[in-house]
Design a protein. Structure first.
Length: 416
DNA sequence: AACTAGGCT
DNA sequence: GTATAAGCCTAGTTG
C-alpha cells in the first residue's frame, strides 16, 4: 500500500523497530520529568464538585421516590424502565436490561425531570472519582505527577497509566477547570503542539485521493470541503450542521464505519446514512479504492503494515464468523493509519528530545497521540515554539503537507 | 473477574 | 438472521 509514497516521499532511513527502540529512553525521560499539579486548585474543585454531586443525588432520589445506589447502573435501569416505565423504544440493551449510558438517557431526557440531573450527576462523579480524588494521592515528592508509558503492541501507539495522562478532561466547565490545574512552574511556560488532522492527511496521502489532497495542499477546511462534495453545494453554502456531518463521516472512514454506525452517531435513519456514505465514496474515489485494496491485501497476506513497516496480524480476516471477520476488516483499514501517525509522532519525540538539550530547563512533559507538551523558560518561548513546529512538521515528508498547531500558556487549558 | 460506564486521541 | 466506528485506561458495582 505504501509503495508509491515510499518512492516519492523523503523518508528518514529508519524502521519501525528502530523507532520503537529509540523512543524508549525518551519515554523514560518524560516519565522522570513529570508534570506540575496545583494541589490547592484540585482541593477547591473537589469540594465544589462534591457539593454539586450531593445536591444532585438528593434531588434525583427525591424525584424518583426511591432509595437506590445511583452508581449502580442495574439499580437505576430497574427504577427507570421497570418501575417508572419510561419509554424504551429505541434504547440499547445491556446483557441484563436497558442501558443507562449517557447517549441512551439523552434520547429520553424529556420523559422525566430526573434524567437531565442523572446526566449531570454522572459527569461530575466521573470527574471526581477518576481525577479529583486519585490525582492528589499520586503526586510525588517533587510535587509532580509521573506517569508510566508503554508502547502498545497492536498499533504502536504510546499508552499512559498510573495515572493516565492521556485522558485529562477538556470538555465542560469543570473539565476545563481540571485541565487548568496542570500548570507550569514559576518563570516557566507550557507549550502544546498538536498535529492537525494527521490521520486524515495520512489516509489522503496513501490513498492518493484527489479531492482530499487538494484540500490539504491548499490549506482548506477539509470537513467543509467534504460537506460540499457530499451535499452537492458550493463551499460557501455549507451550513454548520452539514460540516458537522461531514466531520463525523471523515472520522467514520478512518474507523471503518457502516451505515448503522453512522446513523447512530448522527441520529439519522440508516437510509439517510447510506446515502451520505454513497456520496462520500463517490466524491472520494481514492479513499474508496484504498479501503478495498487494503482489505484485499490483508486477506491475501494475513497482516497489515504501517509506513515504517510495523505489522499487525489479523487472524480473523478470512474467518467464517462474520462479526469477527468484519472487525478485522476495520482494523485492517485503521491500523496502518493510526500506527503511521504514532510513528510520525515518535520520530518527532526522538528528534525533539535531542534538540531540547540545547535549551536548559526545557523538557518534554506529555505525549498524547498527536500532541506533545513541553515545559520551558519563558525567555525561550518563541524559539521553542518554532523549534517544535519545525521538528514535528519536517520529520516525515509526505506528498501532503503536515500541519502543526502550537500554543502556549501557564496551564494546560490555556495551551490548548 | 465480568460488566457497565465514561474520560481522552 | 446478527451485529454494526479505531485505540487506550480507570472506577464502581456485582456475584
Amino acid at each position: 500500500m505504501w509503495q508509491a509514497i515510499k518512492k516519492t516521499a523523503k523518508l528518514p532511513k529508519i524502521t519501525d523497530t528502530e523507532i520503537r527502540t529509540q523512543v524508549e529512553p525518551v519515554l523514560r525521560e518524560i516519565e522522570k520529568n513529570g508534570i506540575l499539579i496545583d494541589l490547592s486548585k484540585i482541593e477547591l474543585l473537589n469540594k465544589d464538585v462534591g457539593k454539586r454531586i450531593e445536591k444532585l443525588r438528593k434531588e434525583i432520589l427525591f424525584d424518583l421516590r426511591v432509595k437506590i445506589n445511583l452508581d449502580s447502573p442495574s439499580q437505576l435501569s430497574d427504577v427507570l424502565f421497570n418501575k417508572l416505565k419510561l419509554p424504551t423504544a429505541d434504547l440499547k440493551k445491556t446483557q441484563s436490561g436497558f442501558s443507562t449510558a449517557a447517549g441512551e438517557l439523552y434520547k429520553i431526557k424529556n420523559s422525566h425531570p430526573a434524567i437531565p440531573k442523572i446526566l449531570k450527576y454522572r459527569e461530575f462523579s466521573k470527574l471526581k472519582s477518576t481525577y479529583l480524588l486519585p490525582l492528589p494521592k499520586l503526586i510525588a515528592a517533587d510535587g509532580r505527577l509521573h506517569t508510566h508509558y508503554t508502547q502498545d503492541a497492536r498499533t504502536g501507539r504510546i499508552t499512559s497509566r498510573d495515572p493516565n495522562l492521556q485522558n485529562i478532561p477538556i470538555k465542560g466547565s469543570y473539565g476545563e477547570a481540571i485541565r487548568k490545574t496542570f500548570v507550569a512552574p514559576k518563570d516557566k511556560i507550557l507549550v502544546a503542539a498538536d498535529y492537525s488532522q494527521i490521520e486524515l492527511r495520512i489516509i489522503a496521502a496513501v490513498a492518493g485521493d484527489r479531492h482530499m489532497t487538494e484540500a490539504f495542499v491548499n490549506n482548506r477546511d477539509v470537513h467543509t470541503e467534504t460537506a460540499a462534495l457530499v451535499f452537492h453545494k458550493e463551499v460557501n453554502q455549507v451550513t454548520a450542521s452539514e460540516r458537522r456531518f461531514a466531520k463525523t463521516i471523515n472520522f467514520g472512514v478512518l474507523y471503518g464505519m457502516t451505515p448503522f454506525g453512522l446513523s447512530q452517531a448522527l441520529n439519522i435513519s440508516q437510509e439517510e446514512a447510506n446515502r451520505y456514505i454513497f456520496e462520500y465514496f463517490h466524491a472520494h474515489q481514492g479513499i474508496k479504492e484504498y479501503i478495498e485494496e487494503t482489505i484485499f491485501q490483508a486477506r491475501k497476506r494475513g497482516f497489515v503494515e504501517t509506513l515504517f513497516g510495523f505489522k499487525r496480524v489479523l487472524e480473523n480476516i478470512t474467518a467464517d464468523n462474520r462479526a469477527a471477520r468484519e472487525a478485522d476488516e476495520r482494523m485492517a483499514v485503521n491500523t496502518p493509519i493510526q500506527g503511521t501517525a504514532a510513528e510520525i509522532l515518535k520520530l518527532a519525540m526522538i528528534n525533539l528530545s535531542k534538540e531540547l538539550k540545547n535549551f536548559c530547563e526545557s523538557r518534554l512533559i506529555l505525549t498524547i497521540h498527536d500532541e506533545l507538551v513541553v515545559e520551558c523558560k519563558k525567555s525561550d518561548l518563541k524559539e521553542i515554539m518554532e523549534l517544535i513546529a519545525r521538528i514535528m512538521e519536517e520529520g516525515v515528508n509526505l506528498p501532503i503537507p503536515i500541519k502543526v498547531e502550537v500554543k502556549s500558556g501557564n496551564n494546560l487549558a490555556e495551551a490548548k
